[in-house]
Ligand binder design. Structure first.
Ligand SMILES: Cc1cc2nc3c(=O)[nH]c(=O)nc-3n(C[C@H](O)[C@H](O)[C@H](O)COP(=O)(O)OP(=O)(O)OC[C@H]3O[C@@H](n4cnc5c(N)ncnc54)[C@H](O)[C@@H]3O)c2cc1C
Length: 406
């Protein structure tokens, strides 16, 4: 059976759903009766990155001024709080601290403060005493306090976006994987595991599979997706160190990851993580998940070889820590001395979709490309969940622009 649509979105994570919401509910692509379908290969929404993350609403502190990440995170955070408030999704503006524990981290902490101010983020500098007033269990020599950071449940945000989009007329299809795409009579013909769809335009929001979907669409994406597993522990001690909000280390500026942090979740539990371990499969949530096809693909990609040559020491250290609860606890103890390995239990891991260039560069900013029929979201790492409502609107605007131009 063939269905005919105007726009088909591939991927029911928070970016695909926010795009459907922007097109249907807020009509960011312009008024009109656009017929929209959203395809998701899993049986429910947000099963991958969007439902397996730290749940933090980032405030825009970290990102290079002028970058899409900086612009979208700040606006996106406020919209996310408002969306949650309006639609009964739990969210809390808890604030967070970024903590330097050693002198050598101070230049990077100062640079973060500068970035924050340049990005219009409220940032307060704390000395060791000020830090203790905010977070009595945390030790550091200096810190930044960011009052507008917070926490939500992005899985619940996904479910609400799906509900609102469906009510506004979007056809939602779970359990439907895109497996092929060709152009016929000026339109796309998409092959899926539940039939064919003729569509004028398509939007690739396939996260960990976005480079594959771009190739399947006949494109030659400028990047490949490298999966990085992020493992978490939960601190189960009844007398666990009292961490009130979100506690972050000073991140290594060479990497687009924020480092192992402590997160007081909405349900009150205390999570520690995520690390960043190269995964051996795109949905490799466990150590034993390994895809030979994926390994072959990366062995043949210049970017993966260059990255491995440059960072094998860091990769080996992350892998070692990933196999040892006591090394993980040691990382947390740097910030919260009372953390004991015996109290930590593994919590569900997530896998990040990180775009990798052919020269081994980890792409830092969001990356979206387009051609006559497709828009491809090829890099939407953190803070993309925070910024998802703004990103969805940008994609809708790009679609409208192309439609007018075409
Ligand atoms: C460990 C971790 C911690 C993070 N912490 C934060 C945080 O605290 N704050 C923050 O803002 N961001 C955070 N992020 C980042 C954030 O989760 C992601 O940026 C965001 O979820 C990306 O959403 P997405 O829709 O692009 O991808 P996904 O959620 O992965 O969705 C892509 C969807 O596409 C589907 N799909 C793939 N191929 C096909 C196909 N062929 N046909 C149909 N469907 C397909 C997949 O099944 C999937 O559901 C974190 C990420 C991780 C992994």
């Amino acid at each position: 059976m063939t269905t005919t649509r105007d726009v088909t979105i591939v991927g029911g994570g928070i970016i695909g759903l926010a795009t459907a919401y922007a097109l249907s509910v807020t009509k960011a692509g312009g008024p009109g009766n656009t017929r929209i379908t959203l395809l998701e290969k899993e049986s429910r929404w947000g099963r991958h990155q969007s439902g397996r993350n730290s749940g933090v609403i980032h405030s825009g502190l970290y990102y290079a001024p002028g970058s899409s990440k900086a612009r979208f995170a700040r606006a996106g955070a406020e919209e996310m709080y408002e969306f949650c408030r309006n639609h009964g999704v739990p969210a809390r503006r808890t604030g967070k601290v970024v903590v330097a524990t050693e002198e050598r981290e101070l230049p990077a902490l100062d640079e973060l403060a500068r970035r924050g101010w340049a990005n219009g983020v409220r940032v307060e500098e704390l000395d060791a005493t000020g830090l203790r007033e905010h977070e009595p269990a945390v030790r550091g020599i200096r810190a930044l306090h960011v009052p507008d950071a917070g926490i939500t449940d992005y899985g619940a945000v996904c479910a609400k976006l799906a509900e609102l989009s469906q009510a506004a007329g979007v056809e939602l299809r779970t359990g439907t994987e895109l497996v092929g795409s060709r152009v016929s009579g000026g339109e796309l013909v998409l092959s899926t595991t539940s039939g064919r769809i003729r569509t004028r335009r398509a939007i690739n929001c396939a996260g960990l599979h976005s480079d594959r979907v771009a190739r399947l669409a006949g494109g030659n994406p400028p990047v490949r997706i490298l999966p990085f597993r992020g493992e978490y522990y939960e601190n189960l001690a009844p007398n666990a160190p009292e961490v009130r909000t979100l506690v972050y280390p000073v991140p290594d500026p060479a990497f687009p990851f924020l480092g192992v942090h402590l997160t007081r979740m909405l349900d009150g539990s205390l999570h520690i993580g995520p690390n960043a371990v190269p995964a051996l499969a795109r949905e490799g949530y466990r150590h034993r998940d390994c895809s030979l096809a994926q390994l072959r693909e990366f062995a043949g990609y210049s970017g993966a070889r260059a990255l491995a040559r440059r960072y094998w020491r860091v990769g080996a250290a992350e892998l070692t820590r990933s196999l040892s609860t006591s090394l993980f606890a040691r990382a947390a103890r740097k910030l919260v001395p009372g953390t004991r390995a015996a109290d930590l239990r593994p919590a569900p891991a997530g896998v990040r979709a990180q775009a990798l260039g052919p020269d081994g560069t980890l792409v830092d900013d969001f990356l979206v490309t387009s051609d006559a029929h497709w828009i491809h979201v090829l890099n939407a790492p953190s803070p993309a969940a925070t910024a998802s409502l703004v990103i969805g609107r940008e994609i809708a605007a790009r679609l409208a622009h192309h439609t007018e131009a075409g």
